[in-house]
Design a protein. Structure first.
Length: 216
């Protein structure tokens, strides 16, 4: 029941309630992994599904994500202590020439809601910054957002430069943004395309879990 309450409070964006309920669950002996999966992630999955179906909109996703982060403040140190790691690491940014960040921020929140560690490089990010971040952080996934038809070509430039730097086989690359299509993603040799934040999180989980299976 307490995990169901955590999920419901998260969906309603009740950050203080989520924080208290996560602490109460820990105090009652519920494992942190169980709280993460069956409380916090479950709640974000429900919100993600509703977002895809236009049952909730950006403001509701934002407050749910803040509630998720409030719960993670309590949970994250304990997860680290118990040796539980994120399922993967992603670098995320909006590409050079583009200052839009709402879509990027939504994707980041959805990824974090699936226990994916995110390194946010911000907006107006060029190839050199991304390549340096790949070398520094060793991510599994690079997420490139472009909200303008004039900047989506930068996704192609970045992928080409990652390949020239000899790093293409080290990361999966997912692209998205209002003007971006699946056909364009295939044309520029991205590994995946997502039309919205919830789909991006689902696709990322599929890629990361498949990668883990392939590595075993």
């Amino acid at each position: 029941m307490i995990l169901e309450n955590i999920s419901l409070s998260l969906q309603r964006g009740k950050a203080k309630e989520v924080k208290m309920q996560v602490q109460a669950a820990l105090d009652s002996g519920v494992s942190p992994q169980y709280i993460l999966n069956c409380g916090l992630i479950h709640g974000m999955n429900v919100i993600g599904g509703k977002f895809k179906n236009n049952e909730v909109f950006v403001p509701e996703v934002l407050v749910a994500a803040r509630a998720m982060n409030a719960g993670l403040e309590i949970l994250r140190p304990i997860l680290v202590q118990t040796g539980i790691r994120p399922i993967g690491r992603a670098i995320i940014c909006t590409v050079k020439g583009d200052l839009h960040d709402i879509g990027k921020n939504l994707v980041k929140m959805m990824l974090e809601g699936q226990a994916i560690d995110c390194i946010d490089l911000g907006v107006d990010v060029d190839s050199d910054e991304i390549i340096a971040a790949i070398k520094e952080h060793n991510p599994d996934l690079v997420c490139l957002s472009a909200l303008l038809t004039t900047t989506m070509i930068e996704q192609k430039v970045i992928i080409e430069n990652i390949e020239k730097a000899g790093l293409r086989d080290k990361v999966k690359i997912m692209v998205g943004g209002a003007p971006v299509t699946e056909a364009f993603a295939k044309e520029i040799k991205a590994d995946a395309f997502s039309p919205d934040a919830a789909s991006a999180a689902e696709t990322a989980v599929q890629m990361l879990t498949k990668q883990v299976d392939d590595d075993v």
